[in-house]
Write a protein that binds this ligand. Structure first.
Ligand code: GTQ
Ligand code: FE2
Length: 315
């Protein structure tokens, strides 16, 4: 294209359209600033109730099978304009239910995933890389990037858990890969109640009982170190009447109520929670928790990502 006109623009107003034709922007005339003093409030604090998900699953279990839907899941979509999927910038959370006798086909994907079991009367399992892992309440099960996984249920009442995935982060970075298992459902080679991919709740509880009380987090233990490259997992135990110190961090945090009752205040908004509820605390929103009963909160955080990139700031 002719550069003479570009070189001889009589005014800035004449220069801008010539630049725009070439997909160049004048850095001193940006439509919006590229930086700001501190993180924007893009995602909002929000509270999802297990009671709503459980009721919706009564319909969904009637209306959709795992044959039709590879996963019968309900996605916790942060209610901000334009968002159709993410719970927070880097993390998506979903409730999932499977009925006795059902199977959810095996697949693998580049995003990391983990589950926290909410209700399982025995018999529910996940198969990870051909190892059958039983799922019981409070257990956390990992399916790291690239591992084959599918779910099944040999018990007699519906099983429900929460899924946490780093899909929004991997979408942002681009390297999404997904494969369906050639066999449809991966055949388990053996049952593995003990595996680096499972954190049984009984073990977590024993560790919590021994953990020192801390003003910031109550009694807190980490599952893994970190459990996944992109997501850190913590269990926090709050005594009745306990209140944690406010936390403001560049990391995104999602809290799930494993047990108890209480409230979480995120950037001035207070949510009263019960077992199975999920609270989203977006980056740089100060938040703290209060327990009215003996409570356990599960914290999923993208702090390992921030830390790896030198972007973690906490106060
Ligand atoms: O169970 O494999 O909620 O791949 C979203 C994507 C669950 C799963 C979700 C998934 C899964
Ligand atoms: Fe998956």
């Amino acid at each position: 294209m002719n550069t003479a006109a570009l070189a001889s623009a009589p005014t800035l107003e004449a220069l801008y359209p010539l630049l725009a034709e070439r997909s160049i922007g004048a850095g001193w005339n940006k439509p919006e600033p590229a930086m700001w003093p501190q993180p924007k409030k893009n995602f909002v604090p929000f509270h999802w109730r297990y009671a709503d998900a459980a009721a919706a699953f009564e319909s969904a279990s009637r209306l959709v099978s795992t044959e039709q839907a590879e996963r019968r899941n309900l996605i916790l979509v942060n209610p901000i304009p334009g968002n159709i999927y993410s719970t927070l910038r880097t993390i998506v959370v979903a409730y999932q239910t499977i009925l006795p006798g059902e199977t959810a086909r095996s697949h693998r994907h580049s995003p990391n995933a983990l589950r926290l079991v909410l209700d399982a009367g025995g018999g529910a399992f996940t198969t990870v890389n051909a190892k059958k892992i039983p799922m019981t309440e409070g257990d956390v099960v990992l399916t790291p990037s690239g591992s084959w996984h599918g779910h099944g249920h040999d018990g007699d009442r519906p099983a429900t858990w929460l899924d946490y995935l780093d899909v929004p982060l991997v979408q942002l970075l681009e390297p999404i890969f997904f494969d369906s298992h050639p066999a449809g459902i991966e055949k388990p080679e053996r049952v593995t109640p003990e595996s680096p991919f499972i954190f049984p709740f009984a073990k977590t509880e024993a560790r919590l009982a021994d953990a020192p009380a801390d003003a910031q987090f109550g009694r807190q233990v980490e599952l893994g170190g970190p459990a996944l490259r992109t997501m850190g997992l913590f269990m926090m135990r709050l005594a009745p009447g306990a209140q944690t110190a406010p936390l403001r961090t560049t990391a995104n945090n999602v809290y799930t109520v494993v047990r108890g009752e209480g409230s979480t205040t995120v950037d001035g908004v207070t949510f009263r929670w019960q077992r199975g509820d999920v609270i989203a605390a977006p980056a740089w929103r100060s938040h703290h928790h209060s327990a009215s009963k003996d409570s356990v909160l599960f914290r999923v955080t993208d702090a390992p990502v921030m830390s790896a990139l030198g972007l973690l700031r906490e106060e």
